[in-house]
Design a protein around this ligand. Structure first.
Ligand code: MTE
Ligand code: MO
Length: 316
């Protein structure tokens, strides 16, 4: 009997993920999320996280850098992604990156360093004990999330490269693989995706070389196998699927600055007082309706000293 059969299938198995997210956002938008949670509808439409092809990471240490704020549910974080190599639509990377190959994977470290080397990803992951860093993450488009990332300070890699005295900047290059990445078959951005940090920003203990989240390896759509997380900067500074880290004496060009220099500067520090792209004064946590004020440096005041003497309205 058809009717009985379909009633037997839990809706979690027949509801597409993107429908789930859209529905939740729609419900949140009309202020019904509390009602929905009370009725248990959320459970009915929630996709299972088992679908994520991730592996548990052992021996994760807690970090003093973690915020105690409420963590955003993993299914929101892994189904609402900016990843233009796959798509400009935020619900697409979860589907389109499903079969992306993250092994074998190597990362070239070159430029102004004593130890130029091509590292295997599995060797990099053993540079230090993995830490869980629960960071706020702020996208320039106005949404924010709180994520328990897993990794360790980028400085662990930098010190192994032994940068020369003239190395003043670090450039990060994401993978270029149009066969696997449909977005790269179009000239939406200049490929490959490149980002950069000043040497002192790269060496700051908050700057995370990240290979996991929520206790497991990164889902492909979140930047597997290796990404950066720079919590006091807008999300686009945190390059995904990194294949090269180069040390230079000149400020590197960055993909978003090339695409739109007016809106996207080299620094891109979270700054509620600088209107770029649109007003940055407020943000909305994924899954929440009420906007909250955005904090200077995304609340990471300990980096303020890196910019003393710099006009942040000009150096945005
Ligand atoms: N290679 C690459 N890295 C990228 C992007 C991208 O399109 N390609 N998008 C950036 C932007 S705009 C944001 S907000 C974050 C999103 O990370 P998340 O999907 O894990 O939330 O990734 C950043 N890193
Ligand atoms: Mo972003």
């Amino acid at each position: 009997m058809l009717i009985k059969q379909s009633a037997d299938i839990p809706s979690s198995e027949i509801t597409p993920r993107d429908l789930y997210l859209n529905r939740r956002r729609f419900l949140a938008g009309i202020g019904l999320s509390a009602v929905v949670a009370g009725l248990g509808i959320k459970e009915l439409v929630s996709p299972s996280s088992e679908a994520l092809a991730t592996e548990k990471i052992d021996g994760i240490q807690k970090s003093a850098f973690s915020t105690t704020e409420k963590v955003t549910p993993i299914n929101d974080v892994s189904h609402y992604n900016n990843y233009y190599e796959f798509s400009t639509e935020k619900e697409d990377p979860a589907k389109l990156a499903k079969d992306f190959k993250t092994r074998p994977w190597s990362v070239t470290v070159d430029g102004l360093v004593a130890k130029k080397q091509k590292w295997d990803i599995d060797a990099i992951m053993k540079f230090a004990s993995p830490e869980e860093r629960i960071y706020r993450h702020r996208c320039v488009e106005g949404w924010s999330i709180v994520v328990p990332w897993v990794g360790f300070s980028l400085s662990e890699l930098i010190k192994r490269a032994e940068p020369l005295g003239k190395a003043k900047f670090v450039e990060f290059t994401s993978i270029h693989d149009p066969a696997q990445m449909p977005g790269q078959r179009q000239q939406i951005l200049n490929w490959p995706y490149v980002e950069g940090l000043r040497m002192d920003e790269a060496m700051h203990p908050l700057t995370l070389l990240c290979f996991g989240m929520y206790g497991a390896s990164l889902p492909n759509q979140d930047g597997a196998p290796l990404r950066l997380v720079v919590p006091w900067k807008y999300g686009f500074k945190s390059a995904k699927a990194i294949v090269k880290i180069s040390f230079t004496d000149r400020q590197p060009s960055t993909t978003w600055n090339e695409a739109n220099p007016h809106d996207f500067g080299f620094y891109s520090n979270v700054n509620p007082n600088v209107n770029r792209y649109h007003s940055q004064a407020h943000e909305r946590r994924l899954g929440e309706f009420r906007p909250r004020p955005t904090l200077m440096f995304n609340g990471y005041d300990q980096v303020a000293g890196l910019y003393s003497g710099l006009d942040l309205a000009k150096n945005y």
